[in-house]
Design a protein around this ligand. Structure first.
Ligand SMILES: [Zn+2]
Length: 374
């Protein structure tokens, strides 16, 4: 039996020093040089998808700047400051998630307080995640502070969507684009963790999980948590395929098959089976769009076939059945259906209508027995 206090892998294995970080070497090198030479910028912008190390880098940087044994790229990890940062309770590291505003009562006021000296450290470090979603008030306070930054303040801004930031902010930040991690990098870290944890695994299983992580180490480790639980403490390839399949691809594939067959009754049955789970409908439409993308690749790129796809045969069948234009249209309809979900009378209805729209715009075929009978 696992202990009740099982700690998720992404948190337990969050890197505490730059040398433990997976990938992002270009960022680490630049920050290390800046720390060593004492030429730190007062505002950094980290762009990149979720789970690639933005928060982790910011926390290590907070230690580097404030470690009691001096500023360096290799904080000691043992002093009161380093321990407090690692525990997520360092008073001069202010973490703001602009997407949710959790944990901070008044973001504008917190940002304006940057002018006051730090309480314990040498630097007051602000980590503002999804900075493009700050409220207007908070944003103005940030702009004003960045125009005349106090010498003891350091702003680490992170966003998945830098296009939404005004030039006034972009021009005042040093920008780093964090890269999506390669499947091999994610798999390597998974192997490293499982070895250290003494958990048995099959290399095949990790390869499948690493690909499903889609560039995000955090998502990958979360899948690994699920796989360990699913496999009762071991990670086997057959289990992982079953687990991932049961999460999304089987249901979404059912929808695509019904659409390709022009079978309205089957489509509604599949849709209602999904609705019964009360899922995140936007995510289901996302998965459907991603499926059309893979079908289209098979249609238009000769010899294309991603390695080790459990559903490869089913996708080949869809690619043969539908025209390239239909797949384009269905992809667009999945996106627009997702966009319009909040406008629908309720989300389940919006989801069903998006699917029915794909059916409605499907060209009539001679072999559509199900519809010809109508
Ligand atoms: Zn320290």
């Amino acid at each position: 039996m696992r202990l009740m206090s099982y700690q998720v892998l992404a948190r337990k294995w969050r890197p505490r020093r730059f040398s433990e970080l997976v990938g992002q070497e270009h960022v680490v090198r630049a920050l290390s040089h800046a720390l060593a030479s004492g030429r730190m910028h007062h505002a950094y912008l980290f762009t990149g998808t979720r789970g690639v190390g933005k928060t982790t880098i910011a926390r290590i940087l907070a230690k580097s700047l404030n470690c009691e044994r001096g500023t360096s790229a290799e904080p000691c990890g043992e002093c009161a400051v380093c321990l407090a940062v690692d525990a997520g309770r360092f008073v001069d590291l202010l973490e703001i998630d602009a997407a949710s505003n959790t944990g901070v009562d008044d973001v504008r006021e917190v940002i304006e307080n940057a002018q006051y000296a730090p309480t314990r450290g040498r630097y007051k470090v602000y980590l503002i995640d999804e900075v493009h979603m700050l409220s207007k008030n908070a944003f103005n306070a940030l702009l004003k502070t960045l125009e005349e930054p106090p010498p003891h303040a350091m702003f680490l801004l992170a966003t998945t969507d830098p296009q939404k930031l005004p030039m006034t902010v972009l021009s005042r930040c040093l920008k780093f684009n964090l890269k999506r991690l390669l499947p091999e990098q994610i798999q390597g870290q998974m192997q490293h963790i499982l070895d250290a944890e003494g958990i048995a695994c099959e290399a095949d299983a990790l390869a499948v999980l690493a690909r499903a992580a889609d560039g995000s180490l955090r998502d990958g480790l979360s899948l690994l948590d699920q796989a360990i639980a699913y496999g009762g403490g071991a990670v086997r390839a057959a289990d992982v395929r079953a687990m991932l399949g049961s999460l999304d691809s089987a249901e979404v594939l059912g929808l695509a098959r019904a659409l390709a067959a022009g079978d309205g009754a089957a489509l509604l049955a599949e849709a209602q089976r999904i609705v019964a789970f009360a899922p995140d409908f936007g995510k289901v439409l996302d998965d459907l769009a991603a499926l059309w993308h893979r079908v289209q690749l098979r249609q238009l790129v000769p010899g294309y076939a991603a390695v080790d796809e459990a559903d490869g045969v089913a996708l080949d069948a869809l690619a043969a059945r539908l025209s390239a234009e239909e797949v384009q249209l269905d992809y667009q309809l999945a996106l627009s259906g997702r966009r319009d979900l909040p406008l629908a009378p309720d989300e389940a209805m919006g989801f069903e209508m998006a699917l029915l729209r794909m059916l409605a715009f499907r060209p009539q075929r001679e072999d559509d027995s199900a519809r010809a009978a109508l």
